[in-house]
Ligand binder design. Sequence first.
Ligand SMILES: Nc1ncnc2c1ncn2[C@@H]1O[C@H](COP(=O)(O)OP(=O)(O)OP(=O)(O)O)[C@@H](O)[C@H]1O
Length: 260
Amino acid sequence: MPTLEHEAPRNLSPGAVRPDEGQPPMLRLDSVTAGYGGFNILHGVSLEVRRSEIVSVLGPNGSGKSTVFKAVYGLIPVRSGEVRLGDADISKSGPQELLRDGVAMVPQLSTVFPEMSVRDNLELGMYLVRDRKLVKQRVDDVFDLFPRLSERRNQHAGLLSGGERRALEIGRSLMLDPKLVLMDEPSVGLSPILVKEVFEQLRELRDNAGITFLLIEQNARSALSMSDWGYVIERGRVTFSGTGQDLLGDEEVRRAFLGD
Ligand SMILES: Nc1ncnc2c1ncn2[C@@H]1O[C@H](COP(=O)(O)OP(=O)(O)OP(=O)(O)O)[C@@H](O)[C@H]1O
């Protein structure tokens, strides 16, 4: 795998205006260092996600993409630097606190329960909420956003196609009405047509429900073509950032990451 070394991250879209410029970003990592045991994997990662953006984190295997998510979600400690959600420092928050603050995470591995119905799988997204009326309302909201899940609401989830299962996982993450969803490889294991479908769903959710997404993607070309902004991470450092289109159009990025 070719690697790209730069002194500082290269912003390929210096003139681009991102939403709410001048306001605190929805999510901001500022010089974050994190790792495992005696090793640091992230060496001062800084990135921003602005309201209603779809932002992708790309990079070679083992470059630290999942580690960024774990640090944001409080699954490993932030050793130095800061993670902020709007005005709040969330560097020390764990998953429960983040969920309460409106941040959901969809992990890479399938978490659908195949023997349960589509509806029951969705309800699991709110299993701690006792207010049945609210749960029903949220299930209906998710079915409004995903008509194909609605048609299959009483079927076993195991009968869904790969893309529909992914939609169910995304739908379940929306049950607690998050403002920001972190998704680890939404397209993993899906055929190119289904990848396109899943990304289109994310864009619809962004446009219709105002949800912001931060994604990790191996499928760099699809991710960039559907993302408002992207960051390339190599060996625990951000090396490139820019609009999806500008990253897609950059020769160095194309050669190193898109197989051109
Ligand atoms: N729990 C762990 N303990 C020790 N080292 C780990 C752990 N998880 C990941 N690592 C190491 O951290 C580095 C970055 O891993 P990470 O999973 O963040 O990369 P990634 O960019 O998401 O990779 P991929 O694209 O292959 O999923 C790798 O060298 C990996 O071996």
